[in-house]
Design a protein around this ligand. Structure first.
Ligand code: BGC
Length: 730
């Protein structure tokens, strides 16, 4: 068993939708929420396969909640041994992050005094991502009555189960087969024609019989136990979708046969090994602060769980594979918050994530066209095809219906993706990716901005009007600093890299110019835009106005915090009029300084941090990590730890109050970045990582690894020393 720094523990047996998210297992391909094996009415089961979306009656496409396949119930005779109706003698459930498995130990006494122990664990394989495995031991401690062990695949699951207006059943079951060896069913989505095949097999002593109950399939063993004897139970489940094969049954049958042949123990061993290899690089050890150490590890665990380096057609949803918040959609969260973790610890995964943007480039170009622009306009929220999936309607803070404008107006994601491409290239030297794919994205995104800007002849400047910046409290604003600054950067980089190509490889340059149909006239236009795009930056006061007119808004300062240390709305704020105050949801000007730190001097960072920090409500989990990092950059150490803990504990302490809807994957990435770019003070200087750390009082040391350009850096930071060793990585 792993030591406690690797364990997230649950000691209270209950239905708890927040814990279901925290105890979710995911392997980048499949995600299964941490519901109990028996599946209780009030739980929100969630089984997701990355890339499987459907709309049906929903407002927009959603990641489909598929049948729950890990069902396991025990019957003593004909009576369901329902833990909810028993006395819980002992209970412990824990997530072993080191080996990505969820353990359960449950000792129960039913009303007739019969004591049963159920002990075991489940995992989703990191080596064969289609496989879900579980192993339990059941012990009837003080009785010897006939038992039925029932394994089931529940095909009644729905999206938004608890919401009367939004619940949708996205699939129907087809081609169900039941035999005494296995149960099999296929969930076919109703609109999108995805098919997900689930083949499952219970391995246990006794007679086994199976049933097709139309919306559920069961496989049940009849057992005649002896008092105190352990009954081993294995569940092998294989999940394949028609994203991989059209021969669902045959292929899945083959996969299952292979798995059974290898056997549970061996499959577990190879899975463990894969995890250990990942952790060997990704782990960060903080000595002296157990809480921070474990919380940080949990966030890294999330990041390792949500990515599949073998699937270029999916990216990471804002809520991971852990729940249905934001409908399983992909945002800028991936490129700006999570990607740095992958770039520096798991570059193969980083490349795969960027390839998702390449595969959806065509959709982004269609999107731009549809909206009257050129180039590629990436969707604010995307799913499988890359089309815009942002719902038009949602709820405000009072629960009233409100128009959501982000899908129409939050343009900055297009530049965020361009930034991510350059950041990836700089840290990996993956020119193959860049020449074949990245540069096309860079050009088409620059082209978008070239068409999105508007020329204001009175002021002789280009402007970008009617947008939403990262701070979503303010809609329909003009010349948002973040958007304009990144748009300009995006165009600059496209020009720079085209120039670089022209100098270094005429052939490649010609090819890209022809393919992208770039003309001299267009390049001149871009240069013109760079020079004349309005960037609202007063270099004398150093204070940057978030958008035109922001400083004229009513000023409110945050002075009170709740018991989770989160800001409380200042008195008198009308939550339906957030456009009218200077209060912001999350960093915006500060965000630009975080994304492109080298573009700002220290004094500008400091002045703006000090202005915006007390006006930030942190109503997005994407917020605190950025303040931690910027704070540390400018030497504001005092609040950095507070911000870091807010982001590190967002799910473990549910401090945004919505963890039941899924994990905060961007915040997980932000936590890692706050540790590395914040406390460890990592920067790339002279083509290698350098470190100017600051450790909180209770941190004795920090140890971690970083990959930079195919070399592995092992870093050990103590209060007064930084030790870096470098080894080549093959
Ligand atoms: C934030 C966005 C973020 C989205 C998904 C929103 O609340 O304001 O910045 O991309 O959540 O995480």
């Amino acid at each position: 068993m792993a030591t406690s720094e690797w364990i997230i523990e649950d000691t209270k047996f209950e239905v708890n939708n927040v814990k279901e998210t925290i105890f979710t297992l995911a392997n980048g391909k499949i995600g299964v929420r941490g519901t109990h094996e028996e599946l209780f009415e009030k739980e929100i089961p969630g089984t997701y396969v990355a890339g499987v979306f459907d709309k049906s009656e929903a407002q927009v496409k959603e990641l489909v909640n598929l049948p729950y396949f890990w069902g396991l119930r025990i019957y003593i005779g004909d009576e369901f041994l329902n833990p909810m109706e028993c006395e819980i003698l002992e209970y412990k459930r824990y997530l072993d992050m080191k080996h990505a498995c969820l353990h359960r130990y449950l000792r129960l006494k039913d009303k007739k005094g019969r004591i049963t122990t159920i002990q075991g664990f489940r995992f989703l394989s990191f080596t064969r991502r289609n496989l879900a495995l579980a192993k339990y031991e059941i012990v009837p401690e003080n009785y010897a009555e006939k038992l039925y062990i029932e394994h089931f695949i529940d095909g009644t699951t729905k999206n938004s189960k608890k919401n009367p207006t939004e619940k949708v059943k996205h699939y129907t079951l087809k081609n169900t087969r039941v035999t005494d060896k296995f149960i099999y069913t296929e969930a076919h989505t109703r609109d999108s024609n995805y098919g997900v095949s689930i083949l499952s097999s219970l391995e246990v002593e006794g007679n086994i019989f199976s049933k097709d109950l139309i919306d559920t399939v069961t496989q049940t063993a009849e057992i005649f136990p002896e008092k105190g004897r352990k009954i081993p139970v294995f569940l092998y489940t294989s999940i394949l979708s028609n994203r991989e094969t059209d021969n669902l049954f045959e292929e899945n049958f083959k996969k299952m046969a292979e798995a059974r042949n290898v056997g549970f123990e061996q499959l577990f061993e190879e899975h463990k090994k894969a995890l250990e290899n990942l952790w060997d690089i990704a782990n960060i050890k903080i000595e002296g602060d157990e809480k921070a150490d474990k919380a940080l590890r949990f966030n890294i665990f999330v990041l390792l769980s949500v990515v599949n380096p073998e699937d270029e057609k999916v990216s990471i949803a804002a809520k991971g594979l852990h729940g249905e918040g934001y409908k399983g959609h992909v945002f800028w969260d991936t490129e700006i918050y999570m990607l740095p973790f992958y770039i520096f610890t798991y570059p193969k995964a980083a490349r795969t994530l960027l390839m998702y943007r390449y595969h959806t480039l065509k959709a982004a170009m269609d999107n731009a066209r549809k909206n009257g622009y050129s180039g590629a306009q990436y969707s604010w929220e995307s799913a499988d095809t890359g089309e815009e999936e942002t719902p038009k309607w949602g709820k405000d803070y009072y629960g009233d219906k409100v128009r959501i404008w982000t899908g129409d107006k939050e343009f900055h994601i297009t530049a965020d993706i361009a930034v991510a491409i350059i950041h990836y290239l700089r840290a990996t030297d993956d020119w193959d990716f860049f020449f074949n794919y990245g540069i096309k994205i860079l050009i088409e995104t620059a082209r978008f901005w070239g068409s999105r800007v508007e020329y204001n002849s009175k002021k002789d400047r280009y402007e970008i009007n009617d947008v939403i910046g990262p701070d979503e409290f303010h809609e329909h604003v003009n010349n948002n600093f973040y958007t304009n600054f990144l748009a300009r950067w995006n165009i600059e980089k496209a020009l720079e890299y085209l120039e670089f190509l022209k100098k270094n490889s005429q052939k490649k340059y010609q090819k890209i110019v022809e393919e992208s149909k770039i003309t001299g006239q267009e390049l001149n236009h871009w240069k013109h835009v760079i020079n004349k795009l309005h960037i609202p930056w007063n270099k004398e006061t150093h204070l940057i106005e978030q958008f035109e007119g922001y400083f004229n808004l009513e000023d409110k300062i945050i002075t009170e915090f709740d018991d989770k240390n989160m800001p409380i709305w200042p008195k008198g704020v009308d939550l339906t009029e957030l456009n009218n105050y200077q209060l912001i949801k999350q960093p915006d000007v500060i965000m630009a300084m975080f994304v492109l730190p080298e573009e700002f001097d220290d004094i500008t960072k400091k002045v703006n941090y000090e202005y915006y920090e007390p006006r930030t409500m942190h109503k997005s989990s994407l917020s605190p990590s950025i303040y931690a990092i910027l704070g540390l950059m400018i030497g504001n150490h005092e609040k950095a730890y507070q911000h870091f803990m807010r982001t590190a504990l967002v799910d473990l302490e549910n401090n945004q109050g919505n963890t039941e809807h899924g994990i905060h994957a961007a915040s997980a990435g932000g936590t890692w970045q706050a540790a590395i770019f914040g406390f460890a003070g990592m920067k790339i200087q002279d083509d290698q990582p350098s470190f100017t750390p600051w450790l909180p009082d209770n941190w004795n040391s920090m140890k971690f690894k970083i990959i930079y350009k195919k070399e592995l850096y092992t870093v050990y930071i103590t209060k007064n020393n930084v030790e870096v060793t470098k080894t080549p990585l093959y």
